[in-house]
Design a protein around this ligand. Structure first.
Ligand code: MF3
Ligand code: CO
Ligand code: CO
Length: 269
């Protein structure tokens, strides 16, 4: 379906109407509820395929649509990225072991609006390095979100994330980025999680996009496996990611994908 709402900036970024925030909020809340619901299932012995089956059932039970099933040939309702998998991990027969950390990423379509969010989960006991990685990744996302307000630029968002992550002696993945979304899954701009303050397009009220930094304990380089989806760290170091969908308001931004259970950052105990 062709998108005709609002207007488009010179950078090709759609500006939505105030009334459109309600649609994004509804979609974001469904995606976040599904991630809340999966929490009790994440434990050693579970397979990533079982988690995805549960997510598929939760999507269907709510009468909404998975944005990822059928997207560019992808066949699952979630991406599940374990340990050194950076993103786009394909759910399957992988059995979770004690201490594994995983990102689960869900995107749903509710009344035509896209809600895209991911967070970190832990199977069993969380190791100290992994805990630190997860904390820094979440804080990086929140610092990026804190830079979202009209008049700031996309470079300000990336710079806030990169500065914090690198000061924490970790690295920001360059090979994947956030994206505009709304009544489409992926739209301009590319939301980089690194960059120079003041660079890039200027933020305006009514822009909808994701911020979804991937942070590695080691080097930032990634490679995609032969399945054409799974991205891993080249140096096999641990990687983490958090993702929110946000809309720019007059004052700052609204986060559409907040956890109704208050378990966005800490999905574990
Ligand atoms: N949800 C992912 C994102 O944050 C995209 C997943 S596409 C898939 O943009 F096909 F891999 F599911
Ligand atoms: Co996304
Ligand atoms: Co996502």
């Amino acid at each position: 379906m062709k998108e005709t709402r609002g207007r488009v900036t010179k950078d090709g970024i759609r500006i939505y109407d105030p009334a459109d925030f309600a649609g994004m909020r509804a979609a974001g809340q469904v995606a976040a509820e599904i991630l809340d619901a999966v929490i009790p299932l994440v434990k050693p012995g579970a397979t990533t395929g079982e988690l995805d089956e549960f997510i598929t059932a939760e999507v269907e039970r709510r009468g909404v649509i998975s944005a990822t099933i059928g997207y560019k040939g992808y066949r699952h309702a979630s991406c599940i990225s374990v340990n050194h998998v950076v993103c786009h991990g394909i759910p399957g027969n992988k059995v979770l072991a004690d201490g594994d950390i995983l990102n689960i990423d869900v995107t749903v379509i509710v009344d035509g609006w896209y809600g895209d969010t991911s967070r970190m989960f832990v199977a069993g006991n969380l190791g100290r390095k992994a805990e630190r990685l997860i904390e820094v990744t979440h804080e990086g996302l929140m610092r990026g979100i804190a830079a979202v307000k009209p008049g700031n630029t996309f470079g300000d968002i990336g710079n806030a994330i990169q500065t914090y992550v690198e000061a924490s002696r970790m690295s920001v993945v360059r090979d994947f980025c956030g994206h505009g979304l709304g009544r489409v899954f992926h739209a301009p701009p590319n939301v980089l999680h690194y960059g120079r303050a003041g660079s890039g397009a200027v933020l305006e009220e009514g822009m909808f996009f994701t911020i979804e930094p991937m942070v590695n304990l080691g080097r930032p380089e990634t490679k995609v496996l032969a399945d054409d989806w799974t991205a891993v760290t080249r140096d096999k170091s641990l990687s983490a990611q958090y993702e929110h969908s946000v809309g720019v308001t007059a004052e700052g931004c609204e986060i559409f994908t907040l956890s109704p259970a208050g378990k966005f950052f800490r999905t574990w105990a």
